[in-house]
Design a protein around this ligand. Structure first.
Ligand SMILES: *Cc1c(COP(=O)(O)O)cnc(C)c1O
Length: 462
């Protein structure tokens, strides 16, 4: 095996990084002032940094590491594929075995309406692809005015121009460069923050009704599709009240508005079923997939297209003038194939639904007893903890106190990666987490809460 240069000290790596690397979603000036943490290796659910610390990866990398780190069978399959055929495109009426096989495998894992797949290198590109497919579909049906996408405030759909526009992050919309019209943002079913005096059940119905009214106001003749994550991820793991999706789904179906289920996080077991739409009983016409599709070993995204859409595109359509150089990349397809077989053959999704999921949920939701925690919720292996100044009144901390960041840093330093979205601490561990590791995760989360509470008291915030 050829050696890569691995002799740089932490300080040297930080200096190179600070001088030459622009990080995503990062204030580079602030980062450079303190230096990035250097991750050097990983095994199972554990990361190692350049100082030799072992850190439990409660975020599965960036939501993608379902099968766990160090899967030799994925590494071997990718290496073998690279030796045989490292690259060829799928534009020129050509294909290759891994992508054909992956498509067949996906048709067996996805809900029954999905039998055809388009490939990308990321979730953002998959959402851009869907937006083009949806509007093309309506054009083929002589309804070119149906070109409005309704998505949600707080939704995350990626960072390409179109994906960022349909996303509901104000901070992204405030920075220029998103010249995309025809997008409307519906409210989000975030009961803790926005539910007021209503019960979660009533609030779920209210948000569903308000979404349908928004669609009716725009006009059903204009709205092409509703785009949403089954459970909002980057927006803070917003688990919708059980009443939300049934009412919304019935209303969309009645109006003939297509549903795009962004399964980039929820897909491949995160919510305890293969896809989030199965957890909530919707039947989308498109699914956006990425992240756990390959467990992040090699970048890959995909679009699932339902039979009724595919029939129109194929029978009535001509050339779909869209594609990426790396659509269906052989090494990525090889990684996806082995990764998905691992998830299937080791029963990792069922394990999250029936065994380790309920085990972790019980302990996680019990953290709600801590004085700092307003709510602690978890669906499948997808959890959030809201930190707040006053539990009973659901009073948040002032935003500029950045209590979430204080807690996130305590967590990292206690050996657990949690992410902070405002003052919501979120976890999304690899699906292979053991019971002992689940106990460890909870223990570290509890330590984090105690340390944060001490800071909050010192700062006079409670
Ligand atoms: C991460 C994410 C995306 C974007 O995927 P990239 O691979 O980062 O482009 C889209 N949708 C959701 C729900 C995501 O979490």
């Amino acid at each position: 095996m050829t050696e890569m240069t691995r002799h740089n000290s932490t300080a040297e790596i930080r200096a190179l990084d600070a001088a030459h690397h622009i990080h995503p979603f990062t204030n580079t000036r602030e980062l450079n002032a303190k230096g990035a943490r250097v991750i050097t290796g990983a095994e199972g659910v554990w990361l190692t940094d350049s100082e030799g610390n072992r850190i439990l990866d409660g975020m599965a990398g960036l939501w993608c590491m379902a099968a766990g780190y160090g899967r030799q069978e994925i590494v071997d399959a990718v290496a073998e594929q690279m030796r045989e055929l490292p690259f060829y495109n799928t534009f020129f009426q050509t294909t290759h075995e891994p992508v054909a096989e992956l498509s067949q495998l996906l048709s067996t894992l996805t809900p029954p309406q999905f039998n055809r797949f388009f490939y990308t290198s990321s979730g953002s590109e998959a959402n851009d692809t869907i937006i083009r497919l949806v509007t093309y579909y309506w054009q083929l049906l002589d309804k070119p005015r149906k070109n409005v996408i309704v998505s949600r405030r707080g939704g995350y759909h990626g960072s390409t121009v179109a994906a960022a526009a349909v996303g509901g992050f104000d901070a992204m919309h405030r920075q220029p460069g998103l010249p995309v019209g025809n997008v409307f943002h519906a409210p989000r079913p975030a009961w803790w923050a926005e539910g007021g005096d209503m019960s979660p059940e009533d609030f779920g119905q209210k948000v569903a009704r308000d979404t349908l009214s928004l669609i009716d106001g725009i006009g059903v003749d204009r709205v092409a599709a509703f785009l949403a994550e089954p459970v909002m991820g980057a927006g803070g793991v917003v688990i919708p009240p059980e009443t939300y999706w049934p009412m919304l789904w019935a209303g969309l179906k009645e109006r003939g508005v297509l549903l795009i289920s962004d399964e980039v996080i929820c897909g491949f077991g995160r919510t305890g079923n293969w896809f989030g739409c199965e957890t909530y009983g919707t039947e989308p016409d498109f699914m956006t997939m990425a992240k756990a599709l390959t467990s992040g070993y090699v970048p890959m995204g995909a679009v699932a297209v339902s039979d009724r859409i595919a029939e129109v595109l194929i029978d009535k359509g001509s050339e779909f003038t869209h594609g990426y150089t790396y659509s269906g990349h052989p090494a990525a397809a090889a990684a996806a194939l082995v990764n998905l077989r691992i998830l299937r053959d080791e029963g990792l999704v069922e394990r999250v639904r029936d065994d380790i999921g309920p085990y972790l949920q019980e302990k996680w939701t019990a953290l709600a007893d801590h004085p700092l925690v307003g709510e602690a919720v978890m669906k499948g292996f997808f959890g959030a903890m809201q930190l707040c100044a006053d539990k009973a009144g659901r009073v948040p901390f002032p935003e500029d106190a950045e209590v979430g960041i204080i807690a996130r840093d305590h967590s990292f330093n206690s050996g657990l990666v949690m992410r902070a979205v405002g003052d919501r601490l979120i976890v999304s561990p690899p699906l292979v987490l053991s019971r002992a590791e689940a106990d460890d995760l909870i223990e570290k989360a509890a330590v984090t809460l105690d340390k944060t509470l001490a800071d909050v008291r010192r700062l006079g915030l409670t």
